[in-house]
Design a protein around this ligand. Structure first.
Ligand SMILES: Cc1cc2nc3c(=O)[nH]c(=O)nc-3n(C[C@H](O)[C@H](O)[C@H](O)COP(=O)(O)O)c2cc1C
Length: 333
């Protein structure tokens, strides 16, 4: 449903054009310094509006603390943070009652929730909710640094539309008057050996679980990923170099047997091309039951991958914070 984690439990709520979106984090350790300014850098990285290929919708995204913070420190009680929705244009979405967007959640949401869902701006399925993931990530990154000040979690775009030159990839979509996808890689350095709870809460399982909550993610691979299928075992095996677990290569992506092995944790995700494309498509008008020509108007990201790195870092951070707390490497206070 809308909560994730065993000890550091992230709950997410809100809709794109409702009054606000937000999170409640239960199990957050007490005494972590937390102020609005701590969120600005990551929240700015997620915003659209400035970069070519992102939505013109711009929100100020100031975090409002409703509970769990007192005298600029977390209290140990549930941490509630909301972000108001101010820049909405709901009229853009009226047409979608007749034309559920191909590739978007409009049709399945309407079928599952009997037409009661808030469809404005994609409602609860909107990329807007990723501001909540980023906020949880800001808190989780602090917890990771408490566990190990040398730990870093950095995601970056590897390619857009098959081009390693991001500008070129975005231009491809602009020229085609269409949308485009991409690949984003996340690297976690200095994660201690021994994190991960096999069988079902292996590092790969829990990261994948959280990563697929990010809208528009269609695939994930760790280390060598799908390329491993074409390798010999002798090539793929990461040989041990020392007793700390350092290996000569890192085809495993830093996880063996579901447990972190002391090398960099490396994984890549596939971000699909935005379903809301200006390009004309043939699709069903569900009011008239006829196939008609349709194209999406309104404000959309041409390339969602451009906004994903900070979101990917955030979910990775809250997964690892939870695993470290399970491992008792971080105390509740
Ligand atoms: C940061 C971000 C921004 C997004 N912006 C848009 C958008 O402008 N238009 C759109 O159609 N989908 C956008 N999406 C993706 C949809 O929310 C998503 O495709 C939809 O909910 C269907 O879910 P699925 O693609 O995971 O199956 C965005 C996703 C993210 C992570």
């Amino acid at each position: 449903l809308n909560s994730f984690g065993k000890i550091f439990r992230v709950n997410i709520f809100g809709e794109s054009h409702g009054p606000s979106v937000g999170i409640v984090v239960d199990g957050c350790p007490a005494g972590i310094p937390l102020a609005a300014e701590d969120f600005f850098t990551d929240i700015e990285r997620r915003k659209g509006g400035t970069q070519k290929g992102t939505t013109p919708r711009k929100e100020d995204d100031l975090p409002v603390f409703l509970s769990g913070v007192f005298n600029d420190k977390t209290t140990g009680a549930p941490l509630t943070i909301v972000f108001e929705n101010k820049n909405t244009r709901s009229a853009d979405y009226e047409k979608l009652r007749s034309f559920p967007r191909p590739g978007h959640a409009d049709f399945v949401a309407s079928q599952k929730f009997g037409g009661y869902e808030d469809y404005r701006g994609g409602g609860h399925f909107s990329g807007r909710l990723t501001v909540c993931l980023v906020a949880a990530g800001v808190v989780a990154k602090k917890i990771l640094l408490m566990a190990n000040p040398a730990l870093s979690c950095v995601a970056s775009i590897l390619e857009v539309g098959g081009e390693s030159d991001v500008e070129l990839g975005v231009q491809k979509a602009i020229d085609a008057k269409d949308s485009i996808g991409g690949v984003v890689e996340c690297v976690v350095k200095n994660l201690s050996l021994g994190v991960g709870e096999p069988f079902f809460d292996s590092v790969e399982s829990v990261i994948s679980h959280a990563v697929f909550a990010i809208p528009a993610i269609k695939g994930i691979e760790f280390g060598s990923g799908f390329a491993a299928a074409k390798m010999f075992g002798s090539q793929h095996n990461d040989a041990l170099e020392n007793k700390e677990g350092k290996t000569t290569t890192n085809f495993s992506g830093g996880v063996v047997g579901g447990i972190s092995n002391g090398n960099d944790l490396v994984f890549r995700v596939v971000v699909k091309p935005t379903s809301s494309t200006p390009k004309e498509q043939q699709t069903l008008n569900i009011q008239t039951d006829t196939i008609e020509t349709f194209s999406v108007k309104g404000r959309h990201d041409l390339c969602i991958a451009l906004r994903v790195p900070v979101v990917l870092e955030a979910v990775t951070a809250f997964v690892l914070a939870d695993l470290l707390m399970l491992e008792q490497q971080v105390a509740r206070r």
